[in-house]
Design a protein around this ligand. Structure first.
Ligand SMILES: Cc1ncc(COP(=O)(O)O)c(C=O)c1O
Length: 398
C-alpha cells in the first residue's frame, strides 16, 4: 500500500458540475430493454421519438454522390456551409414566413440538442436562473445544471392548455432569470400553441429582458400549421429558435439542427460552439439542404403514416383505461393514466414486464407528468397491433 489511493480517488472524482446529473433516462432504459431482448423478451418499444422511416431517396442520393467526391472530406466552416444556411433561410421563408439572413442569422447545429447546451454555456453563470417547463424535455434541466445555472420550474397544466401561466410566473422574483425554455408543439403534451401565445411570449421576454429559447422540432408532425416564434414582429430582440431535421425529415441519426436569431446571438453562441466542435461533414450538409427543399407532398406522406399509427395507439391507450386529447401534434400521444395505477412509472413497468411493451412514464418529464404516460408513433402499425394483442392478453389474466 503506497498511501496514494486516497489521492488517486480524489483526483478521479467527477466534477461538482455532474452532481445531481444522472445518465439520460433513455440511455439507461434502452440498455435494460436490450438486456430483456437478449433474454428473449422481444420488447415492442413505444418509447423514444426516433422516426423509423427513411429520409427521402433524393437526400440519400445527394449524400452518396457528394461523399464520392475527393475534395469534400476536410474540416468545414464553423458557421456551416453557405449552401445549407441558404436552404435553411429559404425553408423559414416558405414555411414560416420568417426572413432570416443566411450569412448572419443562422447557425447549423449537430442536432438541436447540442444547441440547448451551447445556449446554456453561452449565457449562464453560477446561480443564474432559467425558466423550464414542467413537464418538458429533460435536457433543458440537465443543460442548465451542467452550466451551473438554477432551474425554476413553471408548471404546464391541462386546465391552462399546457401554456405558461404568465401571472403566476410574474408573481415570482424574475430578477435573476436570464433564459426561458419553451417548446410548441409541446413535448410531451402534444399541445399546439394558441393564436395569442407566441405574442404573449415575446412581450414577456421583452418586458423582463429574458431570452426566450423556442425549441421547435415538431412543427411539421401532425400539424397543418407549422409556426415559428420568430414570426412575431420584433421577436429577434429576445428570441432564439432551435429547429431540427430529426423528426420532420426522418433524419434523427444524422444529427442536423439549426439555431436562428439575431446576428449578435449567433455570434455569442458561436464563441462557445466553435471551441467545442468543427463544422459537419460537407456531404451531410448538402444532403440536408436537399431535404429542406422537399415540399408539401413529403410532409403529407410522412403524416399519413403517423395518422394511421396514432389511431392504433389511441386504441392501445383505451385498453389501458387512459384518457387523452385527439388534438395533439408531434410524434407522441400524451395520456392520463387511470386511477388504478399509482403513477405512470407503475403502469409503464406493468406493461413492460408483463406484456413486453414499453411506454414512457410521464414522470421523466417532470413531476407534473407523474400521472401520465407518453406513447410514441415511431413503430409500425403491425407492431402496434401486436402490442395491443399483448396488452389484451395481460388484461384477460387480471
Ligand atoms: C423537445 C425536443 N427538443 C429537442 C430534441 C432533440 O432533437 P435533435 O435530434 O435535433 O437533437 C428532442 C428529441 O427528442 C425533443 O423532443
Amino acid at each position: 500500500m503506497c498511501g496514494c489511493e486516497n489521492e488517486i480517488n480524489t483526483k478521479m472524482k467527477t466534477s461538482k458540475r455532474l452532481e445531481g446529473i444522472g445518465e439520460y433516462y433513455f440511455s439507461t432504459k434502452l440498455r435494460e430493454i436490450e438486456e430483456l431482448n437478449k433474454a428473449g423478451k422481444n420488447i415492442i418499444s413505444l418509447g423514444i421519438g426516433s422516426p423509423d422511416l427513411p429520409p427521402h431517396p433524393d437526400v440519400i442520393k445527394t449524400l452518396q454522390e457528394e461523399s464520392a467526391k475527393p475534395n469534400v472530406h476536410g474540416y468545414q466552416s464553423y458557421k456551416g456551409s453557405p449552401v445549407l444556411r441558404k436552404a435553411i433561410s429559404e425553408w423559414y421563408k416558405n414555411w414560416y414566413k420568417v426572413q432570416l439572413n443566411p450569412d448572419i442569422e443562422i447557425l447549423p447545429l449537430i442536432g438541436s440538442k447540442e444547441g440547448i447546451m451551447h445556449i446554456c454555456m453561452t449565457y449562464l453563470d453560477k446561480g443564474d436562473e432559467v425558466l423550464v417547463p414542467n413537464p418538458g424535455y429533460p435536457t433543458y434541466q440537465s443543460a442548465v445544471k451542467l452550466a451551473r445555472g438554477k432551474c425554476v420550474d413553471y408548471k404546464l397544466s391541462k386546465k391552462n392548455n399546457y401554456e405558461p401561466d404568465f401571472d403566476k410566473i410574474e408573481s415570482k422574483k424574475l430578477k435573476k432569470v436570464k433564459l426561458m425554455f419553451v417548446n410548441y408543439p409541446q413535448m410531451p403534451t402534444g399541445q399546439l400553441p394558441s393564436t395569442t401565445l407566441f405574442e404573449k411570449l415575446v412581450a414577456f421576454g421583452k418586458k423582463h429582458k429574458i431570452l426566450i429559447i423556442h425549441d421547435n422540432p415538431y412543427s411539421f408532425i401532425l400539424n397543418d400549421n407549422p409556426t415559428s416564434l420568430l414570426s412575431v414582429e420584433g421577436a429577434k430582440d429576445c428570441v432564439i429558435e432551435l429547429n431540427s431535421l430529426s423528426k420532420s425529415h426522418n433524419m434523427a441519426g444524422w444529427r442536423i439542427g439549426m439555431l436562428c436569431g439575431a446576428k449578435e446571438r449567433i455570434e455569442e453562441v458561436l464563441r462557445f460552439k466553435s471551441n467545442m466542435d468543427s463544422g459537419m461533414f460537407l456531404p451531410m450538409q448538402l444532403a440536408a439542404a436537399k431535404a429542406l427543399t422537399l415540399g408539401k407532398e413529403w410532409q403529407e406522406e410522412v403524416n399519413k403514416v403517423y395518422r394511421a399509427r396514432r389511431e392504433k395507439v389511441f386504441a392501445l391507450l383505451d385498453l389501458l383505461g387512459c384518457a387523452y386529447s385527439k388534438e395533439q401534434a408531434g410524434l407522441f400521444v400524451w395520456a392520463a393514466i387511470p386511477s388504478s395505477y399509482k403513477d405512470g412509472y407503475v403502469l409503464s413497468d406493468d406493461v413492460l414486464y408483463n406484456a413486453n411493451v414499453f411506454i414512457t412514464p410521464g414522470g421523466i418529464f417532470g413531476t407534473a407528468g407523474n400521472k401520465y404516460v407518453r406513447a410514441s408513433l415511431c413503430s409500425t402499425e403491425e407492431k402496434i397491433d401486436e402490442a395491443i394483442v399483448r396488452i389484451k392478453n395481460l388484461k384477460s389474466k387480471i
